[in-house]
Design a binder for this molecule. Structure first.
Ligand code: C5P
Ligand code: MG
Length: 160
């Protein structure tokens, strides 16, 4: 039997002045960032949930409660690395991931390769197995009005 699993993740954080803007582990120069208990990296949070979802292991908040002071300001690398370790422990390999970041501004496309390569490094897979897409929200809704940013991710795991 071919054993393939798919996981889906989504995340959303408020925009806040004076916070760093960290997307996929890459710090983007910007006068605002995303608010949150950890570093508020929407992309790594969505991706972590996609891996956990593929394994039916709940969600990121279950593994890293945002009430726990040890995760305050935490780099989200740790969340994704934890999920990637669970994938390996359960006998799976990440075949590929695909992601979308929805942020009205700043323009992110110049950082696409850096984000793709950083995610590939964290997952231990080739960069051509990591899709990274950016969208505005066409100035509509909370994302479009610059109040928040969102990310979506899917992951496909195969039994190794
Ligand atoms: O949202 P829209 O389709 O108008 O985005 C057009 C292109 O702009 C996207 O395909 C993406 O490459 C780029 N983009 C970006 N940074 C954003 C939003 C979109 O680089 N924050
Ligand atoms: Mg989050």
């Amino acid at each position: 039997m071919i054993d393939v699993r798919t996981g889906l993740g989504w995340d959303n954080h408020r925009i806040a002045e004076g916070r760093p803007l960290i997307i996929g582990g890459v710090t983007i120069p910007c006068e605002f960032g995303l608010d949150g208990h950890s570093d508020a990296d929407i992309l790594l949070h969505a991706l972590t949930d996609a891996l956990l979802g593929a394994l039916a292991l709940g969600d990121i908040g279950m593994h890293f409660p945002d009430t726990d002071p040890q995760w305050k300001g935490a780099s989200s690398d740790r969340f994704l690395l934890h999920a990637a370790a669970l994938v390996r422990e359960r006998g799976y390999t990440v075949s590929n991931v695909d992601t979308v970041v929805i942020l009205q501004r700043p323009k992110l496309k110049d950082y696409r390769v850096a984000v793709q390569e950083n995610i590939a490094r964290l997952l231990g897979i080739a960069a051509d197995r990591v899709g990274v897409k950016f969208k505005t929200a066409e100035k509509v809704g909370p994302v479009g009005e610059g109040k928040s940013g969102e990310a979506q991710a899917v992951a496909t795991l195969i039994r190794s």
